[in-house]
Every structure is written in C-alpha cells, then in structure tokens.
Design a protein around this ligand. Structure first.
Ligand code: C2O
Ligand code: CU
Ligand code: CU
Length: 514
C-alpha cells in the first residue's frame, strides 16, 4: 500500500506526490486515527483530516507594557475542523496558539502569508515529508499561501512551529512568530500526568525593547541575538498562582541564541520527565538542567506545602560560551555590539506562588520504555560521519560549507531505512563557541559526548538522555548521535539553531534516498 502525501496549491489542486512507503521501513502509528472515522482512505487527498486549520502569519500589536503597544508579527489560527480543544489560544502575548493533537491524527494547515516578506512554516521535531517540513525553498511570497497535510507520527511530546525562510528565520521568530504543538498518545494518557490547570507551558524568549516599547533586533554577527529581558509565553512574566501539589511544566527555549541553565531557587532538584522527543523511561532528578535554543523540557514539580510558599525558576550563572562575549571582539572586529545581558548571566525567569490547597502526590516511578535504535542496525558503527563547525570570512559553516538552497554534498546522502552514527566536532580555537545543533525529519539519541575544556558547571547541567532533535555542542566537544532515517525520502535540513548562525548559512541539506 502506498503512502502518499499531497501538496496542494491554494486553489486546492493536487500538484505533487511524495513517496514514503511502509515497505521502505517507515515505522509510524497505524493509519487509523483514534477518535475519528473520517480519514478512512490512507493518503487520500479528498479524505477529511482530523484537524484542519487556517494559520496566518500577520502583523499585530500587543500590549506588553504600559504605554504604546508593541508591533509584532504573530501567528493567528482558525479551526476549520476538529475538536475545539485542538487549538488553545495563545493568551495575551505575541505567541501563536498551541496546537493539541494526538499521534495518528491527520492534520491539514493552510498557511496565509500576510507579512511583507516571504515565509514558510516548519514543524520543529515532527516527522513530516519534505513538502510539509518548511524547507526555505518552499517559502511563499506575501499574499500567497501554502497547504500542509500530514499525519502526526511522533510520540507524545512538545514540538513547535516557527518560520524557516532563508536568511530571515532569526528576525521572523524574533518578532513573534512561534507556537507550540503538544502531541499526546495512549502511553502518555495512561500515566495520568498532571493536566488541566496543573499542566503549565513556558516558552522562554529574550527580547530587547526601546523607549517606545518596540522590539529591537540588533544581533551580534558572531554571538547572535541576546536580549535584555526574558519573556515567558510572549509577554512579561507574571507570578503564576498555583495550587499545592504536582504539576507538569513544559518548557520550550524559543530564544534565538540564549542558553538557560535552569534550576529552582530553593535548591530542590528539577525532575525531568522528558525531552524534545517525548518522555523518558523514568523521571530523573538533576540539580540544574541546561536548555539550548529550540530544546524542550518536560518537568514534574510539586509546589508549596503551605499557601504563601513561593519559588522561582531561574537560570544559573555560567561562563562565556564564545569569543565575542567579552571585550573587544564583539564590538570591534565583528562590528556588532556586545550583549548587555550575556549568555551565562544569572536570571530570574518565572515565579510560582502557592495560593491554593491541593492534594500532594509523587511523580510516577516509571514513564514509557524508550529504547534507542538498536546498535545492530547501525550501518556505520565505529565510522561515524563527521561534521565539524568551521568558519570562513567570519561566517559559521558546517564542514567548510555554507547553506546552498538545494545543495547536497557527498557526505550528506543517506539511505532510507538506515540507522547511522553521526559525530559533530566543535574544535577549540580562538573563535570557538557553543552551537545548538538540530536535525530535521528525525529524532536521535546521544551515544557519546567527549567534553572540551572548561564550562564545568554548565556541562554538569547538560541533559543528554532521551529522544532529541537538538543538542548543545560546546566548544571543544565531540558529540556522537545515533539517528535513524526511516520515515521519508527527501531533502531535510540540519543546522545550528542559533538562529543568527542559521541565517548566516550554518545550515546544510541532507538527502534521504530510497
Ligand atoms: Cu526549529 Cu530548522 O528548525
Ligand atoms: Cu526543525
Ligand atoms: Cu552556531
């Protein structure tokens, strides 16, 4: 049986078919959509989707401060089909609405570009075919649209959507274009994790505003953009009133370049339930946890024994992540400004105040068995493909190459249905800095990390377990990942998720061929 995905024009005519078949080893959920008998015919473009929405990228004004409103760009969405709970409004900040979907559901999205420049939406972390992945070559002009049609093939977890046009991802995300996609599945539901008002989502983004409350985007060409204050969910953080007892806190680092080393202000450990690609085998306690741009963390937390207790989620201080953080470099040689609040500055992020009684409870002992890819299936054990961070003409690159729209080098071709080991190398040198590395189209496991020198406390907070689509490659590190290419043939991106590095070309394609 062929699995097909259709790209339709805004007029609704099918113009493309992309193969990806069961016989090719794709392992996804069964085609049946729980809770909906609608999509009876696999891949049928006429069949109804479980969820259908109109998504618009548009200019908007939001009131973030007293005084004049702030001009932003924002995703707004209208549900055309599906349960109203599939679309949770974003609140009063600039973030786009949260999509709540289930594994196996078929989702159609019509994107409308109401900006004055090209854009395209990428579904970060989701397994989708190339045509649905938001590759920059699919960007649409102002006034035009794009139709997505995909099945949720991922495990329960927090994923997200954001623009991905060439050279302009950093500024578009910065102005407000981003939102969460929360996927649930049966495994997760059976755990009975805290939900309703005991499930909190926190999207962390640093921003700088001028005296008229307008966003200022002045990235340093080397370091990227580092803002002067941390916003939560697209607005200034307000104290969150919580009830006593267990909560689930889902965090996305939606910042362009900032790394957070999260900890509780009262010194209690963070209890990690999951990472980018969903839940762990079992919760893990850590005194602090690093979250790099684009990464997600699923935390379990129990608040206050008595009303009046309060606690902050903080980012701990850590050392310089790169060359231009301190003197001279940033300003002089690179022609940009040094950040007023550099990476590693200690930050208070979000305050939680216990204002209501509630039942106490413990985190579950076990979550969901999540074995990584079997070593016997790796086609290049002991001989990983290597990818080195490099710089030319003051621009970050990968293996000496900058992004080429449809360019794929010899070492960037893999076969559908295989599992490979890839190694990313961040050589130490005067220019070395941290790079959050992200692969599209797949989730992977870290199988080895050789640490570079220094940054000891930060390294201690790295969380390398679980399924990931993004990891932090620190100066001097060699990180080996095990990654499977079992979903779709096509061209996908891998890149640095420091969005300014991405925009300057620290991004490449890899091609999966049958
Ligand atoms: Cu969130 Cu290509 O990235
Ligand atoms: Cu992505
Ligand atoms: Cu980078």
């Amino acid at each position: 049986m062929r699995r097909r995905e259709f790209l339709t024009t805004t007029a609704g005519a099918a113009i493309g078919v992309l193969a990806g078949c069961d016989a090719c080893g794709r392992r996804g959920p069964a085609r049946s959509s729980p809770g909906s008998g609608a999509a009876a015919v696999p891949g049928d473009p006429q069949a109804a989707a479980d969820i259908e929405l109109a998504l618009r990228a548009e200019p908007a004004r939001v009131s973030l401060f007293d005084g004049p409103p702030t001009d932003v760009w924002r995703f707004s969405a209208r549900l055309r089909r599906g349960a109203p709970s599939a679309l949770a409004p974003a609140g009063d900040g600039y973030l786009g609405p949260t999509l709540r979907v289930r594994s196996g559901q078929r989702v159609r999205v019509h994107l409308d570009n109401a900006l004055d420049e090209p854009t395209i939406v990428h579904w970060h972390g989701l397994y989708v075919a190339e045509r649905n992945d938001g590759h920059p070559s699919y960007a649409v002009n102002p006034g035009a649209g794009y139709d997505y049609d995909f099945e949720i093939g991922n495990r329960a977890g927090a994923y997200w959507y954001h623009p991905h046009p060439d050279h302009r991802t950093g500024p578009q995300v910065y102005r407000g274009l981003a939102g969460l996609v929360l996927v649930s599945d049966d495994d997760e539901r059976h755990l009975g994790l805290p939900d309703g008002d005991r499930e909190l989502t926190l999207v962390l983004q640093d921003r700088t505003f001028d005296g008229d409350n307008q966003l200022v985007y002045a990235p340093n060409p080397m370091v990227g953009f580092l803002g002067e204050r941390v916003l939560v969910n697209g607005r200034l953080p307000r104290t969150l009133d919580v009830s006593r007892g267990p909560h689930r806190i889902r965090i996305l680092n939606g910042s362009n370049s900032r790394v957070y080393d999260l900890a509780w202000s009262d010194g209690s450990p963070l209890t990690v339930l999951g990472t980018d690609g969903g839940l762990l085998d079992a919760p893990q306690d850590k005194s602090h946890v690093v979250i790099a741009p684009a990464q997600r963390l699923d935390l379990w937390a129990s608040f206050g024994d008595r009303p009046g207790d309060d606690v902050w989620l903080e980012s701990r201080a850590f050392g310089d992540l790169g060359p231009a953080m301190g003197m001279g470099m940033g300003r002089g040689m690179m022609g940009g400004q040094a950040a007023r609040v550099p990476n590693g500055a200690p930050l208070r992020i979000q305050r939680f105040a216990t204002t209501r009684q509630g039942a106490r409870g413990a985190a579950p002992d076990r979550l969901v068995p999540t074995p990584g890819p079997d070593v016997s299936r790796v086609v290049n054990t002991g001989h990983p493909r290597t990818f080195t961070t490099t710089m030319q003409m003051m621009r970050w690159q990968l293996n000496g190459r900058a992004f080429e729209m449809r360019g794929v080098a010899g070492n960037e071709r893999v076969r559908l249905g295989t599992v490979e080991d890839w190694e990313f190398i961040n050589t130490v040198g005067p220019m070395a800095m941290a790079h959050p590395i992200h692969l599209h189209g797949t989730q992977f496991r870290i199988i080895e990390r050789q640490h570079g020198p220094g940054l000891d406390s930060l390294r201690d907070g790295l969380f390398d377990d679980g399924w990931l689509d993004t990891f932090l490659l620190l100066p001097g590190d060699r990180v080996r990942i095990r990654v499977s290419f079992e979903r779709y043939a096509g061209m996908f991106l891998y890149h640095c998720h420091n969005l300014e590095h991405e925009d300057m070309g620290m991004m490449r394609n890899y091609a999966v061929t049958a």
